[in-house]
Design a protein around this ligand. Structure first.
Ligand code: URA
Length: 241
């Protein structure tokens, strides 16, 4: 027996098991993390399956993404405060419940995040919409902001960042950092599909931010795409591929 060879094989097997265990622990931690919500409603999961399908064209992709964003928005806004208001029905007066008037800002990360805005505005029509455009300088790896326009009172608003794909988590974490620098204090992140790596990165960089997703997929591939994912969300929304 070539003991060196056998030792090498054993080492590789141990490494592989350690990697699987690490992935299992990451997933387990996410499932137990109160700040990570996977919205597994049957309507969302059904629509997500059609969105993922490579044969779904841009028109249907956009419509379904917008519908799913609307359904997810229902869950993301669950903690909004209500107050008693007196109204009068055709029958009598009553104390009803209405939102306290919490101000909301929806902030899509350009460009794919735009695909989730319309659906959210259907449920929260008074929300203001900010925009953030970022890229990573390939040399310094530092985030470069190429566009940022936010509501002037961003510090008073409940901010919901949208980006369909939470892949490495780099852009989302950078966008949150930028928003915090501009004064935002109350931030949630809403994505359609996440990779475990992306959720972990954002949770570590911004433990105060709640993350909402429709599914946490298996992994990232070597090109930074989520597996199984849906491909490039921006290209599928805008028909650029
Ligand atoms: N961005 C996408 O559009 N798709 C991925 O799978 C990862 C990042």
């Amino acid at each position: 027996i070539d003991t060196e060879f056998e030792g090498g094989r054993h080492g590789k097997r141990v490494e592989k098991i350690a990697k699987v265990e690490e992935k299992y622990m990451i997933r387990r931690n996410m499932e137990m993390d109160e700040r990570v919500t996977v919205i597994s409603h049957p309507l969302i999961q059904h629509k997500l399956a059609i969105i993922r399908d490579k044969n779904t064209g841009s028109k249907e992709f956009r419509e379904l993404l917008s519908e799913v964003a609307m359904l997810m928005c229902y869950e993301v806004t669950r903690n909004f405060q209500l107050e008693d208001v007196e109204i009068e029905t055709p029958i009598c007066k009553m104390n009803a419940k209405m939102l306290t008037g919490k101000k909301v800002a929806i902030v899509p990360i350009l460009r794919a995040g735009l695909g989730m805005v319309d659906g959210m505005l259907k449920l929260v029509p008074a929300a203001k919409v900010g925009h953030i455009g970022l890229y990573r300088d390939p040399e310094t790896l530092k985030p470069v902001e190429y566009y940022c326009k936010l509501p002037t009172d961003i510090e008073e608003r409940e901010v919901i960042i949208t980006d369909p794909m939470l892949a490495t988590g780099g852009s989302a974490a950078d966008a949150i950092t930028l928003l915090k620098k501009k004064g935002a204090r109350n931030i949630k992140l809403m994505c359609l599909i996440a990779a475990p790596e992306g959720v972990k990165a954002v949770r570590e960089a911004h433990p105060d931010v709640d993350i909402f997703v429709a599914n946490i997929d298996e992994k990232l591939n070597d090109h930074g795409y989520i597996v199984p994912g849906l491909g490039d969300a921006g290209d599928r929304i805008f028909g650029t591929k």
